[in-house]
Design a protein around this ligand. Structure first.
Ligand code: TEU
Ligand code: CA
Length: 561
């Protein structure tokens, strides 16, 4: 067995469009990434997860791919890519590609062929169905970005399935030729030297072939998810992919899986199952979802969050592996979502969240800008937004009078995907130093105070705190391997837990509130020696810890022996 290096690594996600623009056209690009590799090496990360860089008409910013083997020209060339890969490897940084194979773009040559006639060789690459007798779509399923999940095509008089936008037709994984083509494409990238894949909505690729209607939702559409999430042949497909491709390389793999639970994750990530290394679940990022999901955000409790994390920590303790994240390109900024982005507490709470997450068992993911504590943005006008999900939701919910404009704008400010997609703030120069051109999406107006230049100049910055967390991971095996135990289960303000490994007991104490709160160490924790590993306030290291007074958003990690 090869060494499971992906358990020890920290991954950094790059959303290339918003990362760094090297040629001043307002769009982040691959050369822009290469320019910043030294910065990432300084942070200490070992893997980059690169959101899609393939040819795409950008209906969903690259998650709609029209050619899996070409680089989209606005990001650069294949030569730029190869150079980036080489430069990353020189710095011991691996590159994980985004693999988007539940669907392609409708501009992919496979789909152009497929829709051209019923007897085209590519017809069965996608999911085509006849209309019902009254002409209505084959099922009542709704699509993730609004409307029906079926699009009628005049040319052949049939509907095709699209679980996302109508420019993202779902591939038909029942067809062995589709699977072969995907595996060959993966091999192409692995032979180039990439180090693994983050697999987009990979638990959606196997559909229940009976295609039943779903339960009607408040939006008027049926919920098809029981018939395509973790579908009947999903494990078979992943095992086949592993056998034909992944097993031949030393890779890191993570499956993005809406609606997956810890029990199922054991099947996806169990050591002997030969499927994936880990999965991204959505349980903590969906916390507080209301009637219309994220568009009706409600209050959430820390105890709910602790219950979720604990279930996953305990569920995958013996077998399988966790991925750990607060944010990504689909989610709001971590500090704004889970802590406090006010001026008084932004830095403290950013460090607290980092502590809480990175000390859990699993592979931590940092989303670009998180390491400098970037926050949500609240554009006043919908015209400043670019995300298809956001724009469609604004239109659909207001048109149907389900939400007022004010209500949906508030929800967009809290939970919209563009919160994470404003350009990385590199400096206090114009456009945050991201570009000298017109950025494709406006920068967050707080860039003068929050930027990389500032962070690098301040030894107390969130950046150096992350750097220290990553360095600790390399020094203390307990951080990678320790067994998790939740403390103070019912506490509404404190998240505390231990991690045990051989002689070491890691004690992690995080205050998720702006109150002063006291934490009492449970009696069963016996130790003779304690070392403070990291803290976001100045702590007297000799302080007794039987009972600790915690300041707002305070976080401490001790190693007990
Ligand atoms: O996301 C899948 C997914 O479930 C989210 O898009 C979700 O629908 C929404 O963001 C939360 O409200 C993946 C990609 O990460 C996302 O960027 C793509 O838009 C989507 O798949 C389709 O490829
Ligand atoms: Ca550019």
């Amino acid at each position: 067995m090869t060494k499971q290096w992906w358990k020890e690594a920290v991954v950094y996600q790059i959303y290339p469009r918003s990362f760094n623009d090297s040629n001043q056209d307002g769009i982040g690009d691959i050369k822009g990434i290469t320019e910043k590799l030294d910065y990432l090496a300084k942070l200490g990360i070992e893997v980059i997860w690169l959101s899609p860089v393939y040819e795409s008409p950008n209906d969903d910013n690259g998650y709609d791919i029209s050619n899996y083997r070409a680089i989209i020209s606005e990001f650069g060339t294949m030569k730029d890519f190869d150079e980036m890969l080489q430069e990353a490897h020189k710095r011991n940084i691996k590159i994980m590609m985004d693999l988007v194979v539940n669907h392609t773009s409708d501009e992919h040559s496979w789909f152009i062929e497929s829709r051209s006639s019923k007897d085209n060789a590519y017809r069965d690459y996608y999911i085509w169905k006849q209309p019902n007798e009254d002409g209505s779509p084959p099922t009542n399923w709704g699509a993730a970005f609004g409307g029906s999940a079926w699009q009628y095509d005049d040319n052949t008089g049939e509907y095709y399935l699209h679980l996302f936008s109508k420019k993202q037709p779902d591939l038909n994984w029942e067809n062995p030729k589709v699977r072969d083509d995907v595996y060959n494409m993966m091999t192409f990238w692995l032979d180039k030297g990439v180090d693994g894949f983050r697999m987009d909505v990979i638990n959606m690729i196997s559909k229940d072939q009976r295609f039943p209607n779903g339960e009607i939702q408040d939006t008027g559409y049926g919920d098809g998810s029981p018939y395509y999430l973790n579908g009947p042949r999903i494990h078979e497909f992943l095992q086949e992919m592993n056998q034909q491709v992944l097993s031949k390389y030393d890779t890191i793999t993570v499956g993005e899986m809406p609606g997956v639970n810890a029990e199922q994750a054991k099947l996806y990530t169990g050591e002997n199952r030969k499927e994936l290394n880990m999965v991204f679940h959505f349980e903590h990022v969906d916390i507080g979802n209301g009637k219309y999901g994220k568009w009706t955000p409600e209050h959430w409790n820390l105890t709910e969050l602790k219950t979720i994390f604990s279930r996953w920590q305990e569920g995958l303790e013996e077998d399988g592996w966790n991925s750990l994240y607060w944010s990504n390109h689909d989610q709001p900024r971590a500090i704004s979502r889970f802590a406090d982005d006010s001026e008084a507490y932004r830095v403290l709470s950013g460090k607290m969240l980092a502590t809480c997450l990175h000390m859990l068992k699993g592979t931590p993911y940092i989303y670009q800008g998180e390491e400098i504590g970037m926050t949500n943005v609240a554009f006043e006008s919908i015209d400043d937004y670019r995300d298809i999900e956001t724009l469609n939701a604004f239109r659909d919910y207001t048109e149907k009078n389900l939400l007022t404009e004010e209500e949906i704008m508030q929800a967009i400010h809290k939970r919209g995907r563009d919160n994470a997609r404003t350009p990385v703030q590199w400096s206090s120069r114009a456009n945050a130093g991201f570009t000298e051109g017109e950025p494709w999406i406006p920068v967050n107006p707080n860039y003068k105070a929050i930027n990389v230049e500032e962070a690098l100049a301040d030894p107390d910055s969130i950046f150096y705190y992350y750097q220290k967390l990553i360095a600790l991971r390399k020094r203390y095996p307990v951080i990678v391997h320790g067994k998790y135990e939740l403390l103070a289960k019912d506490d509404q303000q404190i998240y505390a837990y231990t991690r045990k490994w051989k002689e070491d007991t890691l004690l992690v104490i995080c205050n998720f509130s702006s109150d002063l709160v006291s934490f009492n160490l449970p009696n069963h924790l016996e130790f003779v020696d304690k070392t403070l590993l990291i803290a976001n306030y100045n702590v007297d290291e000799t302080e007794e810890i039987d009972s600790v007074e915690l300041k707002p958003y305070e976080a401490r990690v001790y190693n007990l022996r």
